[in-house]
Design a protein. Structure first.
Length: 280
C-alpha cells in the first residue's frame, strides 16, 4: 500500500526515523479531540487560531507561539480557528529518542524570538539537502531555546505495555492484527496481555481502534487524500464503517474536518525526508 510522507511524518513512521520532518495542519471547524496519544514528539508553531491543551500538558498556545507535543501521553486537544478563518499550525516531528533537556515544563507556550528563529531555521533545513544529522542538530537547538523558556519534553521512561503495542501496530496499521499475534510479539500469553490491559482500563481492540482513528485524523488534517483512501490506509475496507467509528471517537464526521471555506479537502504543503512537498 502506498505511504504518504506527511502522514508518516505526523505519526512517526518516517522513512528516515533519525531525521526530523515537517507537517502543516489546517482545520476550519472548531473541534475537541479527547485523549489523543501522539506517536512521536513534535515542536508546534500555531500560525492561525489557537490550540487548547488539557491533560499531561495544560494551557493555551496562541497564534505565533511554539509548543511541545509529547509522545505517548494522552491529551485533550482543541483547535480553535481564528475568527472568520481557519486553524493552521506547522510542526517539526522529532525522533522518539530525540536529545535535549527533559523534565517538568513550567509553561505551555513560548514566544521567545530566539526560539522562533531557531524553529524557522530548522524548518528551512528540512526542505534542503542537509544530512539527517544536521537537520536533527537544528531541531535539538530549538529544544534548547525552548528549555530556556521553561518548555521541555517529559523525562524518558520505559514504555508501558499499551505504548509498546501502539509502536508495534503503528508500523503496519492497516494489517489485520490479532491479540494473539501481538501477545506473542510481547513474549506473553494472550490471556496475560488481556489481563494487563484490563488492569490499565483498556483492551487490545480499543487500543488498535484508537491508534487507527488518531492516524486517520492526522491524514484528514494534513493531506488531500479521499476519505475512502484514508479508511483503507488505516485498515478499513468499508468507508462507511470507518466514518461511523471516526464519529464515535471524535464526535464529528471525517467530512467535517475537511469542511474548509475556500476548497474541498485540506491545504497540502508537505516537506519530508523523502523530498515530497509539505505539514501540523
Amino acid at each position: 500500500m502506498t505511504r504518504h510522507s506527511s502522514f508518516e511524518a505526523l505519526q512517526g513512521a518516517r522513512p528516515d526515523p533519525r531525521a526530523p520532518d515537517v507537517i502543516r495542519l489546517r482545520q476550519s471547524q472548531r473541534a475537541q479531540f479527547r485523549a489523543m496519544v501522539g506517536e512521536a514528539p513534535a515542536i508546534l508553531r500555531v500560525e492561525s487560531g489557537a490550540k487548547h491543551l488539557r491533560g499531561a500538558v495544560e494551557g493555551i498556545v496562541p497564534e505565533g507561539a511554539l509548543a511541545l507535543m509529547p509522545a505517548d501521553l494522552p491529551l485533550d486537544v482543541e483547535n480553535r480557528p481564528a475568527p472568520g478563518g481557519v486553524y493552521r499550525a506547522t510542526g517539526l516531528v522529532l525522533p522518539r529518542d530525540v536529545g535535549g533537556p527533559r523534565g517538568t515544563a513550567s509553561v505551555v507556550a513560548c514566544t521567545d524570538p530566539r526560539a522562533l528563529a531557531a524553529f524557522q531555521r530548522a524548518l528551512d533545513l528540512q526542505r534542503g539537502v542537509a544530512p539527517a544529522s544536521v537537520r536533527l542538530h537544528a531541531a535539538e537547538e530549538v529544544l534548547l531555546w525552548l528549555a530556556e523558556a521553561g518548555l521541555v519534553l517529559p523525562p524518558p521512561r520505559p514504555p508501558l505495555l499499551a505504548e509498546r503495542i501502539r509502536i508495534l501496530c503503528a508500523g503496519a496499521i492497516d494489517r489485520d492484527w490479532t491479540a494473539a499475534e501481538v501477545a506473542g510479539r510481547m513474549a506473553m500469553s494472550e490471556a496475560t496481555l488481556r489481563r494487563r490491559l484490563a488492569a490499565d482500563g483498556t483492551s487490545f481492540s480499543a487500543l488498535l481502534t484508537d491508534l487507527r482513528m488518531t492516524r486517520a485524523l492526522g491524514m484528514l488534517q494534513t493531506t488531500d487524500l479521499p476519505v475512502g483512501t484514508i479508511a483503507a490506509e488505516v485498515g478499513y475496507a468499508s468507508a462507511s464503517r470507518f466514518a461511523l467509528r471516526f464519529r464515535d471517537r471524535f464526535g464529528v464526521s471525517p467530512s467535517t474536518i475537511r469542511d474548509l471555506p475556500d476548497r474541498s479537502g485540506t491545504e497540502v504543503d508537505r516537506a519530508s525526508t523523502t523530498g515530497d512537498l509539505p505539514v501540523l
